[in-house]
Write a protein that binds this ligand. Structure first.
Ligand code: SF4
Ligand code: SF4
Length: 84
């Protein structure tokens, strides 16, 4: 089965408005308050919200697309975030 591999670029945690992610995560600058910009890592990774968990979020898309299509869509948005 196709898997999602994150290269830990940190862009999805640095550009929350672009993701329209939970506004409660924004530190006021567009970055997530749980993001460590020194390491590009999430400081609450094991307790991160479901919206940050690719596998958990598939349930919201399962009626719309296959898991493989969903993974491709995630890769597409990662690429777009790296361009902004
Ligand atoms: S934008 Fe994609 S590759 Fe970069 S940290 Fe986020 S999930 Fe990982
Ligand atoms: S909770 Fe973690 S994974 Fe989610 S946006 Fe914040 S730093 Fe990124």
């Amino acid at each position: 089965m196709k898997r999602f591999f994150c290269d830990k670029c940190g862009k999805c945690c640095e550009k929350l408005p672009a993701l329209v992610i939970d506004p409660g995560l924004d530190d006021g600058t567009g970055k997530c308050k749980f993001y460590d910009s020194q390491t590009n890592l999430c400081t609450i990774y094991d307790q991160r919200p479901d919206i940050c968990n690719v596998d958990k979020m598939y349930s919201a898309f399962a009626s719309l697309m296959s898991y493989e299509e969903y993974i491709d869509m995630n890769y597409y948005f990662c690429t777009k975030l790296k361009e902004v």
